[in-house]
Structures are given as structure tokens and as C-alpha cells.
Ligand binder design. Structure first.
Ligand code: HEM
Length: 516
């Protein structure tokens, strides 16, 4: 059955070629020509539509004919909300493009994102990778990715976090010092969590803060990253446009900001590695650990790979963490009873473990603070930092979801913003911020969390399966150390409740800005 469907798709492709040829060789003139052009175009769209095996999947009208619907809505920066809206309107399977399906079907997630199931990353990731030979995040060949990830995964492991802890502590203490100097002032949370998260990555990767918190300002990196994210977000839906612009670059110049990910970002990473080599350090930072791998396997991890890994830390590790910290603070402050419960737990552990003010909470202590952990899960459930869907390609054998067969080669994706609202998994009050849900009903919690590989499918904030966030432990470490230390030392409040919030989604940055 899968093969038949595949043949259908191929012959639809053939039709496309014949028709476009007919358009080029048409020999009419003037209005007649124009008329023929529109008739041919319309016929082409209709033929493609009626031959498309996905034609019965409901979805927005314009999405049936081209990916422009996706391009338009991702450019608006509100795709994370739009996707919830279309699932509410059309059901668990929604067609977002001629060959693109979004799923909210919980059972299908295990198949799509399950490690070893051959659903490779979609071509949406292609512009992210460009001509890079090593890029964990956007590598679309699963076996290349597996080999690369195996080389470096221990550096991001839970057991390795102990080594990184002192560097995170040092950035937290610096942040507290800065906050003390701003006491009573209005603080832009989005900006300060971002300055903090970048400086942490500097500390743990290069043994040196980038110095953003020192000045309270970045060095232009934020604008560069915003531009890259904004561009990558939409251009990934039209990879042909990316190729075209690269091809035309010698004539029209480099017009797409995403190319800076292969250019300027790698240069920044390269420069930081060079400076760090010259400075030297007795620390065992992440770069040192990458050098260790390189010394052992120089043929597998050359300088380009090390540069790329360090760039990944900067790019994938900073914004995602700052958005998550910001979301955690936001939800905690919006819910006074949660805030009180959290502060009680913090004070209880501080008293029990003799933690003086101005001291960062240890990893062992925070791991034993269940309400803090529950708040973090709940914040990331209600506000996943990654706002776009995680696109995959259906393998040649196809995919059956309920009554619908999805042929090989189709795009399939799920979005954390949609999945996390599922009432069967998260409860009837899934739309509410209620950390307690992570502490009650062990059976339900087992289906919500990702600790058990069999059930990891329903908490998508860190992705899933073989492409699960490699830096999850780093992000978690930062969040879980900062929160209790901050609340232990400061009275934190909204400046002007809810008036000042704004939300925007550019892939790794579905952020909400507000002031404290
Ligand atoms: C709370 C913080 C974080 C969140 C919410 C987050 C989220 C994610 C998500 C959703 C993915 C999967 C993307 C996909 O399937 O396309 C991912 C992948 C990735 N993340 Fe994170 N991330 C966080 C922190 C970090 C940190 C701190 C680092 C680095 C130090 C990092 C590095 C990466 C890398 C390299 C990948 C690609 C992994 C692979 O495909 O093997 N992330 N992250």
C-alpha cells in the first residue's frame, strides 16, 4: 500500500514537470497568453491538489496549494498561537502545506520522534546547516548525526554538570551583584535573563564571561541572532528560495540573515577559542573537554567541529535558557500562591542546610526541592522556548495515523505548544499554570515527563528521541540554581502587572518581555 502511494506522489511530480514545460513553450500573445497562463496555473494547482494523497486532511484553504501559508504565519512571529488555533478548528491532523502535516495525535509522537524510527529532520533545517560539515542541530542524516553526537554527549551529561557548577555559580553571583546595584529600579527581565544566559555560556565554554552583564548590554550578538532566527524560521519552509538566493549572491549580495550562522557566528566562536587558547586556563571547561576528545580522536573531531560545537553552545544554549528562565519567573510571579509555596520551600532548605544569603544553592540541594522542580516543568510546559514545530520526514514505508495514511516523503511535525495543552495527558486544567500536577498522580506524571524513555514523548520542550536537546542538563542547571538563589536574596515583584508583556516566536525564542 505504501509503495502504491509512493508511486502516486512520483507521478504527481511528473505532471508538474510536463505542465511547467507547457507554460514555457506556449506561443500565444497578449491577453490570450495571460489567460492561458492563468488557466494552466490553475489546472496545475488543481491537478496537484486532487492527486495529492493528503487532500483529505483538513487545514487552512491556502495551505493546500503552497507553503506560503506557513511562510506568512511564521513571519508574523505568532506561529505558536496560530498552530493551537488551527488544531482546535480542524482536529488532531492538520494540513499546513501541500505535503506538510501537523499532528496533535499523542500516539503518533512515539513513532515520529522515537529514536531509530528513521524519521529524519525535514528540509526546514537545511538553511540552518548551509555548507557546514558538522552541525548537530541541523544535520539531516541520522547516521552522521548519531556518530557526531556520540563523540560529545558525555560533555553534556548529568554527571558532568558537577564540573560546570562552579562556573554557573560565578555567573549567578555576578548577576546578583548587578541586581543589588539596581535595587528599586525597573528591570527588563527579557534583557537581563538573556545577558545572564550568554555570560553563563561564556563561562562554561570559554572560562570567561562575554562581559554582557558587566556593561548591561550585548556587543551586537543579540541583533545578529534575532535576525538569523527570524530569517531561518520562514525560509526553511521554502528551501528553494534559500538555494536561489545563495546562487544569486555573487550578483545581488548576501540577502538572507541565516547565512550569518555559517559566517559571523562561526567567526565569533573561532575568535573565542583562539583567545581562550592564548589565555590558557586551569579549568576543565567545555572547550577543554572538547579538546580532550580531539586529542583522542583527531580524525573525528577536527578544529572545524570544535568551532561548530562551541558555536552551538552560544546559539542554541543561550536564548532557549533565557526564555525559559523568563517564563518561569513570569508564571511564578503571576501566581502568588505558587510564589509563596516556592519561597517557603526555598527558606526551609536554606535553614536546613545553613545556606547564608549571597550563596548559590548546590545541585544536590536543588535536586531535593520537589516544588522547585515542578515549577520548572510547569513553566516549560506552559511556555516552551521553541515555538515552531519540529519537522520530520516520513520514511518510505509511510505512516498510518488513525484512518489517515501519510505517504513516505511527506513532512510531519508536532508543536510543543499544542501537545502541552492535551487534556488527556496533562489534565482538564491543562491551560492553567499549576505546578502541583507534576507532584500528584504518579501514573499521569509518568506519561508527562521524559525521564523514562518509553514515555518521554509528551513533554516536548526539549524535543525528543535521538534529537533530544543535548544541552538540557546545562539549561536545567542554570534555571534551578538561579531561581532559589534569587528568591532567597530578593523580594521580586512585577513592576506593572501584565501591562508590559509581548510575545514573539522565532524558533528558539518564543519570548515574553516584561519588567520587574
Ligand atoms: C531550557 C533551555 C533549553 C531548551 C528549552 C532547549 C530546547 C531544545 C529543543 C526543543 C531541541 C530540539 C530541536 C529539534 O528537534 O529540532 C534542542 C536541541 C539542541 N539543543 Fe537545546 N535547549 C535548551 C538549552 C540548551 C543548551 C544550554 C545547549 C548548549 C549548551 C543546547 C544545545 C542544543 C543542541 C546542540 C541541540 C541539537 C541536538 C541534536 O540534534 O543532537 N540547548 N534544544
Amino acid at each position: 500500500m505504501a509503495q502504491d502511494k509512493k508511486t502516486n506522489v512520483l507521478s504527481a511530480g511528473k505532471n508538474k514537470i510536463i505542465h511547467s514545460k507547457a507554460l514555457i513553450t506556449g506561443n500565444g500573445s497578449g491577453r490570450e497568453d495571460q489567460c492561458l497562463f492563468w488557466i494552466a496555473l490553475l489546472s496545475l494547482l488543481l491537478i496537484n491538489h486532487f492527486r495529492n494523497p493528503l487532500r483529505n486532511v483538513p487545514g487552512p484553504f491556502w495551505a493546500k496549494f503552497s507553503n506560503l501559508w506557513l511562510v506568512y504565519h511564521t513571519r508574523q512571529g505568532r506561529m505558536h498561537r496560530k498552530i493551537i488555533e488551527v488544531h482546535e478548528k480542524y482536529g488532531p491532523l492538520v494540513r499546513l502545506g501541500p505535503h506538510e502535516i501537523s499532528t496533535a495525535d499523542i500516539d503518533s509522537l512515539r513513532i515520529i520522534y522515537g529514536a531509530g524510527n528513521d524519521f529524519r529532520k525535514s528540509d526546514w533545517y537545511m538553511p540552518w546547516q548551509g555548507n557546514r560539515k558538522w552541525d548537530l542541530f541541523s544535520e539531516r542524516n541520522e547516521s552522521i548525526h548519531r556518530a557526531q553526537r556520540r563523540l560529545v554527549s558525555h560533555i553534556y551529561s548529568l554527571s558532568n554538570m558537577k564540573k560546570l557548577e562552579p562556573y554557573v555559580d560565578s555567573a549567578i553571583l555576578f548577576l546578583l551583584k548587578k541586581l543589588a546595584s539596581m535595587e528599586g529600579e525597573k528591570i527588563d527581565v527579557g534583557r537581563w535573563t538573556r545577558l545572564f544566559a550568554y555570560d553563563v555560556i561564556g563561562e562554561i565554554t570559554f572560562s570567561k564571561r562575554f562581559g554582557f552583564m558587566d556593561e548591561g548590554i550585548d556587543d551586537g550578538a543579540f541583533t545578529m541572532i534575532d535576525n538569523i532566527l527570524q530569517c531561518a524560521n520562514w525560509v526553511g519552509h521554502t528551501p528553494w528560495f534559500y538555494y536561489l538566493s545563495i546562487w544569486l549572491a555573487p550578483i545581488i549580495g548576501n540577502r538572507l540573515a541565516i547565512t550569518q550562522r555559517q559566517g559571523k557566528l562561526l567567526q565569533i566562536s573561532h575568535q573565542n577559542i583562539k583567545d581562550r587558547r592564548e589565555r590558557g586556563t586551569d579549568r576543565n571547561d567545555m572547550l577543554e573537554q572538547l579538546f580532550e576528545v580531539q586529542r583522542e580522536k583527531p580524525d573525528k573531531l577536527d578544529d572545524i567541529c570544535v568551532t561548530s560545537m562551541a558555536a552551538s553552545n552560544i546559539f542554541a544554549g543561550s536564548d532557549s535558557t533565557s526564555v525559559s528562565i523568563s517564563a518561569l519567573l513570569y508564571h511564578t510571579l503571576r501566581n502568588p500562591e505558587v510564589k509563596k509555596k516556592l519561597i517557603d520551600e526555598i527558606n526551609e532548605h536554606a535553614a536546613k542546610n545553613n545556606i547564608p544569603h549571597g550563596t548559590v544553592f548546590d545541585l544536590e540541594i536543588i535536586n531535593n526541592m520537589p516544588f522547585l522542580q515542578a515549577c520548572m516543568y510547569e513553566a516549560l510546559r506552559c511556555h516552551p522556548a521553541v515555538g515552531v514545530s519540529l519537522g520530520r520526514v516520513v520514511p518510505p514505508s509511510g505512516l498510518q495515523i488513525g484512518e489517515q495514511f501519510i505517504p513516505g516523503g511527506s513532512g510531519i511535525s508536532a508543536n510543543a505548544w499544542v501537545i502541552h495543552q492535551n487534556k488527556d495527558v496533562f489534565g482538564e486544567d491543562a491551560d492553567k499554570f499549576r505546578p502541583e500536577r507534576w507532584m500528584e498522580e504518579p501514573d499521569r506524571v509518568a506519561t508527562m515527563t521524559f525521564f523514562d524513555l518509553k514515555t518521554e514523548r509528551n513533554f516536548l520542550s526539549f524535543g525528543a528521541g535521538s534529537r533530544y536537546c543535548i544541552g538540557r542538563n546545562v539549561g536545567w542547571l542554570e534555571m534551578s540554581k538561579l531561581m532559589p538563589t534569587l528568591f532567597h536574596d530578593y523580594e521580586v515583584e512585577f513592576c506593572d502587572p501584565c501591562k508590559d508583556t509581548r510575545e514573539v516566536a522565532w524558533q528558539f525564542r518564543t519570548c515574553r518581555t516584561y519588567h520587574l
